[in-house]
Write a protein that binds this ligand. Structure first.
Ligand code: AMP
Ligand code: ZN
Length: 492
């Protein structure tokens, strides 16, 4: 069995996970739900989704606990609700805050599903764990690691001598370069907030320090401890969270006597024109923007997985185009099977070459190359071919691509009378699926004599600027001069 080795930011080397049997715990910092996920936010979701799939494959799904939280108490959510209230939205501020959080969580779930990201085993919301946070803060005060000042509770950074070890920074560097908030009630500018007071109209909970709300860092320490215990294998998130967020999580949990996470993993940033994509820089676009432009979710996923997670990556149109072609090939490989065989694909083992690549610090780029390099069996007849294709399918699934519905459309079209070729357009392989659908509908219509569905699809394709040529033996869809791929999205 392959050993999984992961680059650990804390030790600066690839550290092994224990061999199975073993119960694996993984915590990943999830979204703060105040707005649509931008494309950068999708990177950790996709990267750690592949890792969760690998862990389930190696240890068995029942031995893996993957936790990805939702930060649903945050000043950015409050600010968005205050903006809506000022603009005349009905309801109390509290209602508007809850509404905004719920709406954003729904969007996040829809967007992640479109990218093939499976739900984690637990998705704790910070507001469901306030009691655990209060208990942890009380513990830190009792141990001398925190103090109350003017309704706030602050973590006393000087009380934890290893502070800064994860990011390798000295306290002086951190003060010089950081967004350290100076406040009169702090003993030291480095001290960070564990609890802060809430006005009457802001979300708040009763606590020994008055009505208030937690700081962001304590949320993750408390939820990870509650769901994964005092010590667990992996903690993940974007590299932008290494300092101060993860440094603070470590300080809080270790000062409570918990060993906390063993391996710290950080994905690098998604960039636009060489700069981190972020809301504060205003250079972002959302996952939804891309989906609405007609870029399929699996194409976005493929682009993300084509770069190793520890390297910065740029989103480019060219990469989306290449990914589209590759996805077409992946579906095409499965489409060689008939409909019935496709339905029986599940349950195969992925190729060892793909598992090995992923086990070496999640080398997704190498795993994709390994999958494409696997050659179809030369002998052995239909059985060998079916086995090989089920390994292809299992490997695709391990990477999070379920292309069976695409492949089914292709297979169905191939089986229908007389159609020998569906011409694949290199730049728009999505047209191939539509060509397959058109062929299938035409074959059905020949039997039923009802051509309304065929005509409907042809009209929609015309409206999207697609030129259609259909003969007895060939269906050819080509983008015309007015081609608008966004209009194809509704046809999928
Ligand atoms: P946030 O909602 O900003 O707290 O971020 C949610 C997750 O997305 C965290 O793990 C961040 O580190 C990650 N993230 C934010 N911006 C980017 C980016 N440009 N590239 C990659 N990951 C990011
Ligand atoms: Zn966190």
């Amino acid at each position: 069995m392959t050993e999984i080795r992961l680059w650990n930011t804390a030790t600066k080397r690839k550290d092994p996970l224990p061999a199975p049997p073993h119960r694996v715990g993984m915590y990943v910092c999830g979204p703060t739900v105040y707005d649509r996920a931008h494309l950068g936010n999708a990177r950790p979701a996709i990267v750690f989704d592949v890792l969760a799939r690998l862990l389930r494959h190696v240890y068995g799904a029942e031995n893996v606990t993957y936790v990805r939280n939702i930060t649903d108490v945050d000043d950015k959510i409050n600010a968005e609700a205050q903006r809506r209230k000022a603009a005349g939205a009905p309801g109390t501020l509290e209602e508007l805050i809850a509404e905004r959080a719920e709406e954003t969580i729904r969007w996040y779930h829809d967007d992640m599903a479109a990218l093939g990201v499976l739900p984690p085993d637990h998705e704790p919301r910070a507001t469901g764990y306030i009691a655990q946070m209060i208990a942890m803060i009380e513990g830190l005060i009792a141990r001398g690691h925190a103090y109350e000042a003017e309704g706030h509770v602050l973590f006393r950074v000087s009380s934890y001598t290893e502070y800064g070890a994860l990011s390798g920074r000295s306290v002086d560097d951190m003060i010089a370069g950081a967004r350290v908030e100076v406040a009169p009630y702090k003993e030291d500018p480095m001290d960070f907030v564990l609890w802060k007071p809430s006005d009457a109209d802001l979300p708040g909970w009763d606590s020994p320090w008055g009505r208030g709300r937690p700081g962001w860092h304590i949320e993750c320490s408390a939820m990870a401890q509650e769901l994964l215990g005092d010590s667990f294998d992996i903690h993940g998130g974007g590299i932008d969270l290494q300092f101060p967020h993860h440094e603070n999580e470590i300080a809080q949990s270790r000062c409570m006597g918990h060993p906390f996470a063993k391996i710290w993993m950080h994905n690098e940033m998604l960039q636009v024109e060489g700069k981190k994509m972020s809301k504060s820089l205003g250079n972002f676009f959302t996952v939804r923007d891309l989906l609405e432009q007609g870029v399929p979710g699996e194409v976005i996923r493929f682009v993300m997985l084509s770069t190793h997670y520890r390297k910065p990556m740029d989103w480019t149109r060219r990469k989306a185009h290449d990914a589209n072609v590759a996805i077409g090939k992946m579906a095409g490989a499965l489409g060689k099977l008939g409909e019935e065989a496709l339905c029986n694909l599940a349950g195969g083992e992925p190729f060892a070459s793909v598992v090995d690549a992923l086990s070496d610090d999640l080398n997704t780029h190498l795993a994709i190359a390994a999958l494409f390099a696997e050659e179809r069996p030369k002998g052995g007849g239909a059985k060998a071919m079916q086995e090989w294709l089920s390994a292809v399918y299992a490997s695709q699934l391990l990477l999070g691509f379920d292309l069976r519905s695409h492949a089914l459309a292709i297979a169905a079209a191939r089986q229908h009378d007389g159609i020998l070729s569906i011409v694949q357009h290199a730049e728009h392989p999505e047209l191939m699926y539509l060509a397959a659908r058109l062929t299938e509908l035409r074959a059905d219509a020949k039997v039923s004599k009802d051509f309304s569905l065929v005509d409907g699809l042809k009209q929609a394709l015309n409206e999207a600027g697609v030129s259609i040529q259909m003969s007895k033996t060939e269906v050819r869809l080509e983008p015309g001069p007015d081609f608008d791929p966004a209009k194809l999205e509704a046809l999928k």
